[in-house]
Design a protein around this ligand. Structure first.
Ligand SMILES: CC(C)(COP(=O)(O)OP(=O)(O)OC[C@H]1O[C@@H](n2cnc3c(N)ncnc32)[C@H](O)[C@@H]1OP(=O)(O)O)[C@@H](O)C(=O)NCCC(=O)NCCS
Length: 297
């Protein structure tokens, strides 16, 4: 680990003993944990212990931000705990009295460039709540792009996180999206139900009445989704398909109930932090819905 520099900052490897007193103002501040994403520390000893624990877990990859020639640590930036993969998680936080000065936006590009040059790191990603506009700005400054969305369960509500990521070697993915297809007797009715329950978007339909429709998870070009086509000689698909959702499972379950569709299995909590249920389309195809676990509160 080496000290990195930017126009205004020295980025110095974290030392919990040296930096705990300066960083306590950050880790003890509820504002550092937006939407209830963590618990503030109560004294400097707890701050030191948390910094030490996180530093060990991430393999030592944490820097503190210091204004040039000043000893006080204003924030931290580095890797999340090592999960044994070559794609590593990023984390950053700044003392509230220094927000909005462009400091983290200045630090992040330098740190990310440095990390991506390390052997064993093929990419970095930050999971950022969609409401955390400042943090998304920091990620964009570091040339991270949106790659995916994940549900995030807080103590009292469910939200979504953007997976902002950058690979060490620029390149294109071979596969852009996976799209499934379903052959049915009644294309318009199947589409109507899928849109009603899952909130899918109709990209386009062909025929009057439609004999083919492309549904997307969003309205954007290239969205993954489902192709619905008219069954040839009455041979419909009977197989089940699974959809992962970013809103509460019970909301989608209620939509399926309201639509009068058969509930094949009611919502159930899984030990892997998901809540799932299965409904059937009018022609019997089963849709397995996988959503976030319920908030503990
Ligand atoms: C996220 C955090 C580190 C940002 O640090 P910062 O030094 O204030 O960030 P910057 O000043 O570099 O600004 C980052 C972006 O927020 C924007 N921003 C600044 N002030 C803003 C405001 N009041 N409202 C909205 N956006 C604002 C900036 O314009 C910039 O975006 P841009 O690059 O597109 O212009 C800081 O807010 C923080 O510590 N938050 C709590 C911890 C946290 O959320 N960590 C991230 C978890 S994923």
């Amino acid at each position: 680990m080496q000290t990195l520099t930017t126009a205004r900052l020295d980025l110095v490897p974290l030392d919990p003993d040296r930096d705990a007193a300066s960083l306590h103002a950050m880790l003890a501040d509820p504002e550092t944990y937006p939407y209830g994403s963590g618990d503030p520390t109560s004294d400097v000893a707890e701050t030191r212990a948390r910094l030490a624990e996180e530093l060990t877990a991430c393999g030592g990859w944490t820097w503190v931000l210091r204004l040039r020639s000043q000893a006080e640590a204003l924030g931290t930036i580095g890797l999340f705990s090592d999960q044994g993969t070559s794609i590593r998680g990023l984390t950053w936080a700044l003392r509230g009295d220094h927000w909005g000065r462009g400091l983290m936006g200045e630090a992040a590009p330098v740190v990310v460039d440095h990390l991506l040059a390390q052997p064993g790191i093929d990419g970095v990603e930050a999971w950022i709540d969609t409401r955390n506009i400042r943090s998304l700005g920091v990620a964009r400054r570091a040339r991270l792009d949106e790659r995916a969305r994940l549900p995030r369960v807080y103590a009292d509500h469910t939200a979504q996180q953007v997976v902002m990521a950058r690979a060490s070697e620029a390149g294109e993915q071979d596969v852009l999206a996976v799209r499934t297809s379903l052959a049915v007797l009644d294309v318009p009715e199947t589409c109507r139900r899928l849109v009603q329950v899952l909130g899918l978007t109709v990209a386009f339909q062909l025929g009057e009445p439609a004999t083919f429709a492309r549904l997307g998870v969003g309205p954007w070009s290239g969205s993954p989704g489902i192709d619905i086509s008219a069954a040839v000689e009455g041979l419909t698909d009977t197989g089940a398909l699974t959809v992962e959702i970013g809103i509460a499972t019970d909301i989608v379950h209620q939509r399926a109930v309201d639509a009068g569709l058969e509930i094949v299995s009611s919502p159930v909590d899984q030990p892997w932090h998901r809540r799932e249920f299965v409904f059937a389309l009018p022609e019997g195809q089963q849709i397995h819905v996988v959503g976030p676990a319920r908030p503990p509160g």
